[in-house]
Design a protein around this ligand. Sequence first.
Ligand code: SF4
Length: 416
Amino acid sequence: MARRNPSPPGTPPWNQQVGSRLMVWFGANARPLPWRGDYHPYRVWVAETMAQQTRMETLLPYYRRWMDRFPALEDVAAATQEEVLKLWEGLGYYSRARNLHKAARMMVESGGEVPDTWEGLLALPGVGPYTAGAVGSTAFNLPVPAVDGNVGRVVARLAALEEPPSGKEGKKQVAALAEGLVKAAGGRRGLSLGGPRALNQGLMELGSLICRPVHPECANCPLGLDCVAYTRGRQGDLPAAAHQPKAARVQGVMSLLGNQGRWLVRRRPAKGVWGGLWEFPWLVLEPGESVLSGYHRLLEEMGLDGGPAGFKPVGGAGYPPQNLGQVRHGLTHLHFTWDCLLGRLDETDPAVILAGEAVDGPYTARWATPDELARLPLGRPNHKALALLGQPLDVDHQGWSHHVSLMNVQAHKEPL
Ligand code: SF4
C-alpha cells in the first residue's frame, strides 16, 4: 500500500489527525445504542458499568430490563440489594451491581445527580479510572481517557507498541497515548467533531467493529494511514499477548436438599465471588476426598448431619443422596466442577431458618419454595444445577410456579 509519511504516534499532529479521522468515522458509523440519544448521565453510568467484562449483545437485554425497572437514579436507590442483584443475575461480576446500588444511594443523598467531575466520579463506590473516564467523557465530554481492552488493543496497534497493553509498561504507554488523543479532542477543532465523547467512544467502537482481536479489517479502517502496525504489516501479531496464569481446577460437591416442597439455599457473604447471591450449599473437596464424604462433611458443617440443629441424619438409611451429574463453571482464575447431589431431609418442620458457619465465612440459610427461589438472585452455577433436574429457571425471570412439582422429583440417577 502506498503510504505518505505519517507523524510519529503521540505527537500533536498525530493526535489531531487520528482524532479527527476517528471522530468523523464515529459520527457516521456509531451504533444506535439506547444511551446514545441524549447521553443522560444516569443511563451512561449504568451502561458503562454493565459494559465492563460484558459483550454488547449480552448487555443490551440487561440494560433494557434495568431501565424498565429503574428508570431513574432514585428508583435504584429505593430498591433492595436483592432486587438489584436479581436484575443482574447472570451478568457476573456482581460487585458491580452492589456498587451501583451503594453509589445510587450516595448520589440521591447528596442531591440526586451523577457527579460531573473526574474527582466526583472517582469518589463513587466501584468507580475506578476506567469508569470515571468513560462516564466523564461520554456523559459530560470531559477530556479524560477511558482505556478498556478494546482501546488498549487499538492504541497498541496504532503505535505498534511491543509491550502487552495489559502489562505494567504497556499500560503506561497506552495511557499516555490515549490521554494525548483525548486532550487534543477537547480542543476547539476537536469539540466541533464531537470532542472527547466521540473520541473515546470512537476508539471503543473501532475496537469492536473493525480493529478486532483477530483479523482486523485494516482495509476498511479510517486510521489505516496513521497505523504503524498496519504500515509494517504487523497488525496480525500485535498487540503482544500478556502471560496468563493457568486457571486452577477446583472439584466440589453441591447439595440440592429438599424438604416438604422447599429447597435449602444460603446467601453468600456480601463480598467476594457471587457476593450477596443465594446458592445451593457447596464446598471444595479435600485432596483424595470422595464426593459422598464431602457431601456429609458439608451437611455436618451446616449442622444437618445429626448436628446441633437437631436434624436427623441425611443420606442415612432410607434417604441416600442421588448424584444428578456435574456442573462446570469457569471464573477468570478458577474452573469449578461440582458433583450435584440430590438429598432429602427427614424433618417435618421446613420453616426453620438456619444460620451457621460454613466453608468460607458466615452464611444465612433458608428454605425456599420454587416460587421463592425464582425470585432470589442465584449465581449461574445454580441454574445449571437446576437444569440437571430437568427444570431450569426461566432466564427471563418469569414465573416458576408450575414447577412446584419439582420438589416431588424422583431421583433418576443411581444412588451413590
Ligand atoms: S489499520 Fe488495522 S490494525 Fe490499525 S487500527 Fe485500523 S484496523 Fe487496527
